[in-house]
Structure formats: C-alpha cells, structure tokens
Design a protein around this ligand. Sequence first.
Ligand code: FE2
Length: 437
Amino acid sequence: MRHTARASSLDTVTGSRYDRVLLVFSDIEMGSGGDIDDFPHTPFLGELLSSYLDGPLSEKPIDFVFNGDTFDLLKTPYGGTYPHHITSDVALAKVASISGRHPKFFEAIRDIVNHPSGNKSVHFIVGNHDVELLFPEVQDFLKVLGGGNDRILFHGFEMSLGKIHIEHGSQLDPLFHIDPDKAFVQVGGKRMLNISWAMVALLDVYMPLHPILYLYDRLCPKELLLQLLPEVKDLLLAKGWRYWSKDFWRELLFIKDPLLKFNWTVLKETMKRFTTSNPNVYLNKKRLKKILDSKPAELFIIGHLHEQGSYYHGKKRLLQSGCIRDEYFISDDGKTFTPKLKSFYEVFLKDQHVVGITGRELQGPARPPESFPDSIFDMVPKVKELLGEFEDLKRMEKQQEKQEKKEQAQGKDGNLVPELVEPADTGPDEPENNSSG
Ligand SMILES: [Fe+2]
C-alpha cells in the first residue's frame, strides 16, 4: 500500500513555489536482524522513500538526507563480540551484516539515484551509532549497494546545503564527541576508529548484555522503567565496576590501548545514560549555541535526541528531526507498550531559502508478535541469574562510592579523566513549541 500522506502535506505548504525539497531522516538504527534489531521495517521505509519519486514531486530536485545513526553498527556484533578496535575490516563485516538484512532500503536508494529526472541525491551523515561510515572502504561498499551512483554522498559529521546546516547532534554530546581531525588512530600498526570513551565503555560493558537487555533501551519513560526494574541498574553497575576495577587496567597497562581513556565516574555515567537515567542523550548547550551563532545558516537540523522539535534562536531556526527506529511508551506497570510515531522533516526551498517546513509523524508497522515480550519482566529471571555472580553488591557499592570521591578530588588532574560536562537543556532557547513548524 502506498503512503498517501505526502500529497496532503504538500497541500499545506507553498504549492509550486518551491524548487527543491530536502527530506531529513535520523536515527533509523537498522540493525543486523532478529529480535534485537531496533528497526526491522525497511520494506515500510523503502516504500516511504519511493513515495517521493512519483506524483507532484517527481520532477523536483530532492535531497534525501540520512542524518546519522542510519545503521546501528554500535549494536552489531562482529564474530559474536563487540570489539572497540574497529578497523575497516571489522566495519565492513558489520555493514555487510546489516545490509544483508535490509535489502529494501538499498533498493529504494537505487531507485532514488537512478530516477529518470537525474536530480535526486542521497546524503549520509555520521552519527554515534555509525561512525564506521568514516571509512572510505565502507563508503565504497555502500555506494556499490546503492547502484554505484555518484549521487550517493558521504559528508562526515555535518553537511551544508545553501543556508541549511545539518548534523546528527552527537558531536554536541560530551559522551560521544569525536575530534574530526583525529577520527582514526594507529593501534598495533593498524588503522582504527578513534571512538569516544563512552562508545568504548558501551562496547566493552553494555553490548555483551544487549541480547538480554535490548528491549529496555527502546522504552520510555526511563524513570518508570527504573522504578520497575532496579535489578537492571544493579547488574549494569556491577558489570561496569568489575570491568573497570579489573579488565580495564589489564588492557591499559599491558596492552597499552590508547582508546581506554575513561575512569569509573564516566563509565558509571555512561551506564546510567543508557539504562536508567533521563534523558538518554543530551546536547552541550554552550556548544550548540556556538554553532548556531557562528555558522551563517538560517536553518539547523539535528537528530540524536529521538524527539521531534522546533525552536528559535533569534531568527535562526533549529529542528530536531526525531527518530525512525522502534520506541514505545510503557504503561500498566510495564505490561502495555504503545508505539511512538516515527518522525522526520520535509523542507521546501526556493532559491536556497526555506519557504516551507513540514514535520511528518507516522505510525510504523507492528513487530511480529513473537518477537515482542509479554511484559518488561520477561527478562528479569535472566538478569537476576547474572546478578547472582556478584555476591557482595553492598561492598561493591561502597568501593564505587570511595572511587568516585577519589576521582572527584583528583578533578581535572586525574591523568585518565576526560572532563564530564553537566547535562544541558536540549534547545538553545526556551522551546516555542514542540511540534513541527
Ligand atoms: Fe545518536
């Protein structure tokens, strides 16, 4: 069945007084298949993308922008593990594992770039779940899957289109920021991604638990989840502490791994952000303001926060494009899951100026019933079993507190300690509203 909402959204803008269309999708997070894949619906997405290729838009230039976390490479295993040493070979194997599960996405990409009008392009921006897109080898591989067409473009961490600036948003997030000039590092004579300390922590500690905990990361509100599942928090902190107090030091001292940059405090912060705290992700407000003030753009579009929003900073406009992956609101003590709508933006341009913006929100397809648990408690017996490995949790907690105080006293002088930045508001100014403009 075709998506018909496109025609009605066009009616609400400026009729034919636009000469270019920009479509911005973020946080699709398609994975390597199975229950743990956060977006197993690429036939739906492919159909949505293809719906822009006929009808009133078919002759207009259209830029399809995938604004980061298009592929969930962070949660894609390699050889059954989650290595934080990501070479081009590791990256290619993970990308192949995802692309094999989502052929309809690449079919749609081929249809876009080979459209008879010849004026439609596909753009990929790097997010914190798909930093692997920085590898030229990965870009070449994806280009081949997309039909080997030069209309598939890779922009690194950000792109500009006329007076529009687009970036995923993870570069504004202190946990995930990567220095673009030092995105690669040599370890043991091999070139690999110089990923952030939070990503190393996630790959080392959280991802091995993902086959058990995958559902929780899709649910909100996180406060309710935390109240209902205190065992999950205990397990992550215990796993994190064991890692930091034992394995981390072995790797740091004996293997001399330059990617190990965090301390216990930041490791704990990372665990909290991904399981029990609110919000999951945030932006550094000062860094965001600096970008809004310094760039000549009129419109800024980010993703990463998984919520659609529209804000003003003076006369500059900031859009948060929301997310496409599966997410749910829980209620009824964790027994009822209500799907969140999937959101993205359409931007209409005339002579490079924005003349219309439409925020789109769509209900996605349901997941197969057998791939979804009856309640959030289905995994609790397994979590408790894993927690049983940690006999003395109270003593562990005391050790953790002691370590946090020690690190606090060391402050910036702690030689391993990246500076933790306080959470900031997500918008540059008070949000004027939380709907599309
Ligand atoms: Fe992200």
